[in-house]
Design a protein around this ligand. Structure first.
Ligand SMILES: [Zn+2]
Length: 300
């Protein structure tokens, strides 16, 4: 796998919190961003495979949309063990994020929320996938430990999953047109300019609904424009509570990065986050860390 790594000039976490706290007030009626001790993320409602987000955090972008469009490359699969080997300095990595599931195992093209830990004592895979069922419904499946794999593209936070200081972001009642993640990303871009700030973590949509897509089966006809991709995707309004794994980058230093990618699941299924549809009642709560490196692997 071809790999490029970039060691980042990581801003002080309190500085990032202060910048986000001020900036979010343009987008939400009530919001706060603080540096806190990471709560135990193995507990409900997060249920991650490790308690924290800290320890050698890396933002990892594997594959890309060009593996899907205009026509899918159905031979592209990634094993999480192989991805972890790209950063051997990260001990017993927790790998969380958004991408495409192993369609050869699932039987159909699918969305994926990665949530797994590779340890000395073995692997704990709590990842989930979703696909469009025969009735147009969203079907969610858990992946077994033997399927620590993904396909086409994956955006990850990889860390040692340790407790430590993280950003806590609380935001409710949206007053701008921008979605939660894009708002965070653009606030950082405005402050840090061409210095990339790469962020990963989890956020809850505690109330309201989110507009999410689920990829249907692979398209036999080429998808040559955003409009054609949009026509192909299936969209769903998913209700809270929704737990998202999310990665975003304030600036692409020429690595052909996906700037933001968030997948989440809840009672209505699992999908790719676009925005919430309930600005007046929406409430977000998230925990994020700032990556020390960007790892770009198998750029298509
Ligand atoms: Zn996605």
């Amino acid at each position: 796998m071809e790999v490029e790594s970039l060691v980042l000039d990581v801003p002080d976490l309190q500085h990032v919190a202060t910048v986000l706290d001020a900036g979010l007030k343009q987008h939400f009626k009530n919001s706060s961003v603080r540096v806190v001790d990471c709560p135990d993320l193995t507990a409900e409602p997060f249920c991650l495979a490790a308690p924290g987000l800290c320890g050698n955090p890396r933002i990892v972008d594997v594959g890309g949309v060009k593996n899907l469009t205009p026509l899918p490359n159905k031979t592209v699969f990634y094993d999480f063990g192989s991805i972890a080997q790209l950063m051997p300095e990260v001990n017993s990595p927790l790998m969380i994020g958004a991408g495409a599931g192993p369609h050869d195992y699932v039987g159909v093209n699918c969305e994926m929320v990665s949530n797994l830990k590779l340890g000395d004592d073995g692997l704990s895979n709590q990842s989930r996938v979703s696909y469009v069922g025969e009735q147009g419904n969203v079907v969610v499946k858990e992946l077994p430990d033997s399927q620590a794999r993904c396909a086409l593209m994956m955006n990850l936070l990889v860390s040692e999953g340790k407790p430590g200081k993280v950003l806590e972001v609380v935001a409710e009642t949206r007053i701008s047109e921008m979605n939660f993640v894009t708002a965070l990303r653009q606030i950082l871009a405005a402050e840090f300019g061409s210095q990339p700030v790469a962020v990963g973590g989890v956020f809850l949509l505690e109330s309201g609904t989110a507009w999410c897509h689920v990829m249907p089966g692979f398209s036999d006809t080429p998808l040559c424009s955003d409009a054609e991709v949009d026509e192909w995707l299936r969209y769903y309004e998913m209700h809270a509570p929704l737990l998202f794994c999310s990665v975003f980058v304030s600036h692409d230093p020429g690595l052909d990065l996906r700037m933001e990618h968030s997948h989440g699941f809840g009672p209505d299924g699992l999908g790719h986050y676009h925005y919430d549809t309930t600005p007046e009642s929406v409430k977000y709560r998230g925990y994020f860390t700032v990556g020390e490196q960007i790892v770009r692997a198998d750029k298509p």
